[in-house]
Design a protein around this ligand. Structure first.
Ligand code: C5P
Length: 228
């Protein structure tokens, strides 16, 4: 299982400093809205200098199919290792994105967001008018049949999604909290060990690391807890 650390600090310098502090650790770096809007392609270029770190660009594309594919093509040019789109944009959008990125010799992995981990059953139902687990599984099946590499989901949907798609269909789960850490605004949370038990491929950890007094120590602790 891979650990992705979210670079969600309030400034470009702070985010580069965090990536630099963690430079010797075997992790992926997750660049989301905040750090990408701060640093843009310059941030990606700076991060790519460290060959130890892979980059997940978490921009969650959601638009009409052609506009999503245009965005995906620009992301492909940046040479990141993984990015994501919303499954709720629909199967045509997902297929159009995959067609467009297939032109890259070495294309990034593409994941689809199913249900955000800040949703619980009630708040999901208020938006989608349906049961979270059923819909997350359906989104995953759509993503799988559209040729994507995996989905973003919570730990609690990972096994069911693999059963309904394929065991090598990747799951990436935010909402990860080491035992005792604050939940913040996340609802469907789990510890790194529970994620392992649910055959999650990538876990994402943000605030418990980037707000810690000693981010290296927290990251090492998580890495040790998930080492084979
Ligand atoms: O600080 P925390 O560990 O909650 O950060 C989780 C990270 O994962 C944030 O950057 C958030 O945008 C992202 N994320 C999420 N839920 C998703 C997809 C991404 O929390 N479904």
């Amino acid at each position: 299982m891979v650990l992705c650390v979210a670079l969600d600090r309030p400034s470009f310098e702070d985010n580069l400093a965090l990536a630099n502090e963690l430079k010797d650790l075997d992790i992926w770096i997750k660049v989301g809205f905040r750090s990408f809007l701060q640093g843009g392609i310059k941030l990606i270029e700076d991060l790519k200098k460290n060959e130890k770190h892979n980059i997940f660009l978490d921009l969650k594309l959601y638009d009409i199919p052609n506009t999503m594919a245009d965005g995906a093509e620009e992301i492909g040019k940046m040479g990141v290792d993984m990015f994501n789109i919303h499954a709720s944009a629909g199967e045509t959008a997902m297929k159009t994105v995959m067609e467009r990125v297939s032109k890259f010799e070495s294309r990034p992995l593409v994941l689809a967001v199913t249900a955000l981990t800040s949703f619980d059953g009630d708040s999901f139902n208020a938006v989608y008018n349906t049961d979270l687990e059923t819909k997350a599984t359906q989104f995953a099946k759509d993503a799988h049949s559209s040729g994507l590499d995996g989905v973003v989901c919570s730990v609690y949907e990972s096994l069911k999604i693999k059963e309904n798609t394929s065991s090598d269909f990747q799951t990436l789960t935010p909402g990860i909290r080491p035992a005792g850490a604050s939940l913040d605004d996340q609802k469907r949370v789990a510890t790194p060990n529970v994620a392992m038990d649910n055959r999650v491929d990538y876990i994402v950890v943000g605030r418990p690391i980037y707000k810690a007094d000693n981010p290296v120590a927290v990251t090492e602790e998580i890495l040790n807890s998930i080492a084979d």
